[in-house]
Design a protein around this ligand. Structure first.
Ligand code: F6P
Length: 521
């Protein structure tokens, strides 16, 4: 049965939330913070992850009403339908089963009456044995040398996920160098080719359709470059593919044995858990890749089983809706305090904005309330010296997720202490600001009494700016899996609440079509 179709603004909970918003919209985080047990009451702990959402313009009543909204639109039913393989991507007629890719349970999941679990297991075995061969050096190139470099050729979901994970898990990487070519801009591929030796490079072409202009153009250019020093008979040793389009892959010259599957029931931007993640397994080894999947599965079970009030993805989704639909916030920032996570904001931009950037509801009617949030961000502490001025003192309300790790991966405790002091310092500054009185006193004490009149307004921080502290023990494949799955579930929760289809992306098509027409001219 299809997803329910409920306009959130017609629910009782929405009406109650509107009243509640009118009553409390001017509340101040600084005052809320004085409540006894505020931090405990507004924190959730799940294994190695804690989420402190106490620095938000919310009360217990806000959460209660938001949870009522989730119940009233029957989020529970929507979650069930996703996990069990119903065709919830209605507009494309597909199931949405990235959660099945990381499920360790033996329970069958049926697609068109057939259990998909055996195919998933077979693909994992193939990823494992191929990764092992390449990493161990047993896989030889056309002159008998082992592979030193991997190039992932893909775009969108066939690039951003693997690229982000490979970067995030750099600490766990092996001797192979991994590169990502995506842009149709020839400068991208040219710069990468410059560094490569065709004898020792393995190309992984990732394209569900094997028709995507960027990927095919880059693959052809690379093949031509490769054939300057090798022959077409050497292609099977250097090119593998992840695709559903077997005919096109065969045409390219890739050996059938070296094609990894992709499935219609996995959307591009949720596909790093499938063979699309082959370059991850090659870079960090299969065991680490598997641990990434296991971490994601832990979050899947949490999302599926936990009460909404204790459910991390649900709570973060609801708070985001509170700002987006009631406070009218236009954007959200994602701010990882880990240099390893520098590609996370880019990845999340596709995951979130391609999913929830929709203007018609599940009836096909134009929506008159706000949907998809605009997401952006960068790593701390670099961004503190870049855009944080606007977040602290600008005119816009920008809720922010601060992602941090208690333990550093490379020792250097001094660095890590400073990093985390900034992590907490930024959230405190946003929430509590600096009052006129404090600025006054500060200028006086520093001997700048004469400047008080002219400087005071510029040095005041209003505060009352919201943030969530998402804190893990340590950046590991497992905790990264959990983090990515957390955001995936936040996306779906919001899509359900906004009554939109999160899993299609027709909005990317028109530009592609027009580019083709222009090219033909
Ligand atoms: O740009 C839209 C999109 O369809 C994404 O959803 C997808 O991840 C990407 O293009 C690449 O598609 P393919 O894997 O078929 O090359």
């Amino acid at each position: 049965m299809a997803l329910k179709n409920i306009n959130p603004t017609n629910t009782n909970a929405w009406k109650e939330l509107t009243k509640h918003f009118n009553d409390i919209q001017n509340i101040n985080i600084q005052n809320l913070d004085k409540e006894v047990n505020r931090k405990e009451d507004f924190s959730l702990i799940f294994d190695d992850l804690s989420v402190d959402f106490s620095k938000n313009r919310i009360t217990k009543e806000t959460i209660r009403l938001l949870v009522d909204l989730a119940k009233e639109v029957d989020l529970k039913d929507a979650i069930e339908k996703q996990y069990s393989g119903e065709v919830i991507n209605v507009t494309e007629g597909r199931e949405v089963l990235h959660t099945a890719l990381r499920s360790s349970s033996e329970d069958p999941i049926l697609v068109e009456g057939k259990n998909i679990k055996p195919q998933i297991q077979a693909a994992l075995r193939k990823i494992k044995s191929f990764s092992n061969k390449v990493i161990s050096g047993k896989w030889k190139g056309y002159t008998g040398k082992s592979i030193t470099d991997i190039v992932n050729i893909g775009i969108g979901g066939s690039d951003l996920g693997p690229d982000m994970v490979v970067e995030s898990l750099k600490h766990y990487k092996n001797q192979l160098n991994t590169h990502f070519v995506s842009n149709v801009d020839g400068d991208h591929v040219s710069e990468i080719i410059k560094t490569l030796n065709p004898e020792t490079t393995l190309f992984v072409i990732v394209s569900k359709t094997f028709t995507t202009q960027e990927t095919i153009t880059n693959s052809e250019t690379i093949k031509n470059w490769f054939l300057k020093s090798a022959t077409i008979f050497d292609i099977p040793k250097h090119f593998v593919a992840v695709s559903t389009n077997l005919a096109a892959v065969d045409n390219f010259g890739i050996d059938k044995k070296n094609v990894f599957p992709m499935w219609n029931w996995v959307g591009g931007r949720f596909s790093l858990w499938s063979a699309v993640g082959l370059s991850i397994s090659l870079s960090v080894g299969y065991d680490n890749y598997k641990a990434l999947l296991e971490g994601a599965e832990e979050m899947d079970l949490h999302y599926k089983n936990e009460e909404f009030g204790q459910n991390i993805p649900v709570i973060l989704a609801l708070i985001s809706i509170w700002y987006n639909n009631f406070y009218g916030a236009e954007t959200e920032a994602v701010l990882p305090y880990s240099q390893y996570l520098k590609k996370l904001p880019d990845y999340l931009q596709q995951a979130i904005m391609e999913s929830n950037g929709k203007g018609v509801d599940r009836n096909g009617d134009k929506i008159d309330y706000q949907t998809g949030t605009i997401v952006w961000g960068s790593t701390g502490t670099n961004m503190q010296h870049a855009f944080m001025q606007l977040v602290h003192q600008g005119t816009k309300l920008i809720p922010a997720d601060f992602i941090g790790y208690k333990e550093s991966l490379n020792g250097l405790t001094d660095h890590h202490n400073k990093l985390m002091a900034n992590y907490y310092g930024q959230m405190d500054a946003l929430a509590f600001g600096k009052t006129k009185e404090e600025v006054h006193l500060e200028l006086k004490v520093s001997g700048n009494e004469d400047k008080i009149e002219s400087l005071l307004p510029f040095k005041v921080f209003e505060g009352n700016r919201p943030s969530n502290a998402i804190l893990f023990e340590k950046l590991t494949p497992r905790s990264l899996g959990k983090l990515i799955a957390l955001y995936e579930h936040k996306i779906y929760t919001q899509g359900i609440l906004w009554n939109i289809y999160s899993y299609d992306q027709f909005g990317v098509e028109l530009g592609k079509e027009l580019a083709k027409k222009i090219l033909n001219k």
